[in-house]
Design a protein around this ligand. Sequence first.
Ligand code: NAD
Ligand code: MG
Length: 389
Amino acid sequence: MKKVSILGATGSIGTSTIDVLNRYPEKFAVRAVTAYSNVQKLADAAKKTNAEVAVIGDAKLFGELQEALNARQLKTIAKAGEKAIVEEAADPDAEIVVGAIVGAAGIASTFASAKAGKRLLLANKESVVCGGRLLMDTIKAHGAQLLPVDSEHNAVFQCLESASEKMRQSHRIILTASGGPFRKRMDLSTVTVEEATHHPNWSMGKKITVDSATLMNKGLEVIEARWLFDTPEDRIDVVVHPQSIIHSMVQYEDGVVLAQLGAPDMRNTIAYCLGYPERLNAGVKPLDFSSIHGLTFEKPDTKRFPQLAYAYEALRRGGCSCIMLNAVNEIAVENFLKGKIRFIDIPKICEVMMLSASEHAPKSLEDVLEADKEARILTQEYISGYTGE
Ligand code: NAD
Ligand code: MG
C-alpha cells in the first residue's frame, strides 16, 4: 500500500488523480488533499479519498473546513495556511506526492517534496520553469524522483526510457501542440474570455486553457522539457498537431522518431506515473484507429502567437528570464480573466516586462521566490498604467 498526497486536489488534475486512485483501493491510500479556497470541494475530495489530512491554503477558512469535514462525518484532520501545504509536501508519511497546484504557487511545495526525497508526480510545470537547473539539482541531491504528468513530457519520458546514455546525447525532442482554439483565427483582437477558456481537445483549469490559446503553454513546456530531460533549447522543436493524438516525440541520431499516442485524457499520464514502472488501467477508452480520420501537422505561427518565441528567448537569456516570463504571464492572464486587458495584450505585456529580468541565475529557493514576487509587483504596476497602445 503506497500513501499519496495530492496538492491541488480540487483542480482538473487533482480530480483526475482521485478518479484513478479510486480504481486501485488495494494499491493506494491517501495521506493529504489540499486546495486554496474551495472548502466544499476539498471536503468532498477528502470524503472520496478518505484522506487523513485536508489542508486549505487560505488560513481564514480553517473553521469552515473543520465544519465541512464534520458535516461529512469524516475523521480527516483539518489544517490551514500555505505553510501547512508545504509541510504536507514533505511529510514522511507520504511516499508519493502529486504536484497539481496551478502556477508559481506550487514552487515551494515542489522544492519541499524534492528535498524530502519523494516520488514527485509533477503537473505543476511552472515550478520546473522557475526552479530550472536548481530544482533538478535539488532532486538529484536528495534522491527524489520526478515523473512528469504533463502529457507531452510524459510522452517524451516514455520515448526516452529505452535509450542508452549515448543515444540520449544526440536526441531531439518534438513537442506537439494542439494549436489551441484560435489556430485558424486571424483577428485575435476581439477574443473574449469565454472563447479563450474553451479548449478544443482537453478539459483543464482556466489558467492553462488561456495559456494554450496564446501558446504560452507550449512555451512553458519547451522550458520544462529543457530542464526535465537536460536537452538544450536548440534541440527542442514544436509542431502543431490539432488532433492531440500524438502526445510528443523523440528523434534519435539516425533520424528515427519514436512517438507516444493516446486519447487526450490526463488520467492516462497520471496512471502511468502512479503505477510506474508498472502500467495501470486508467479507465480511459483506448484509441480507436478506425475513427481517426488522419493526423496532421503544421508549423506554429509565432507571429500571431509570439509567447512561444518568448519562451525560447527566455531560455537563451538565462538569469531570471524564465521566472520573469512565467510571473508576467500569470499576472497578465489574471487581468485578462478579470476583463482588465485584452487577449492580445498578454503577449505585449510579456514582451516588455521580460526585458527587466535579472541576469543572475537564482542560487536558492528563496532567490526564486523573491524573483517571482518582484516580477509580479512590477507587472501589476505596469498593467495599472497600461493603455494598450
Ligand atoms: P486548476 O485550476 O483546475 O486547479 C488548480 C489547483 O491548485 C486547485 O486545487 C487549487 O485549489 C490549487 N491552488 C490554486 N492556487 C493555489 C495557491 N495559491 N496555493 C495552493 N493551492 C492553490 O488547474 P489544473 O488545470 O488542474 O492545473 C494544475 C497544474 O497542472 C498546472 O500547473 C497546469 O499547468 C498543469 N497541467 C494541467 C493539465 C490539465 O489537463 N489540467 C495538463 C498538464 C499540466
Ligand atoms: Mg501539456
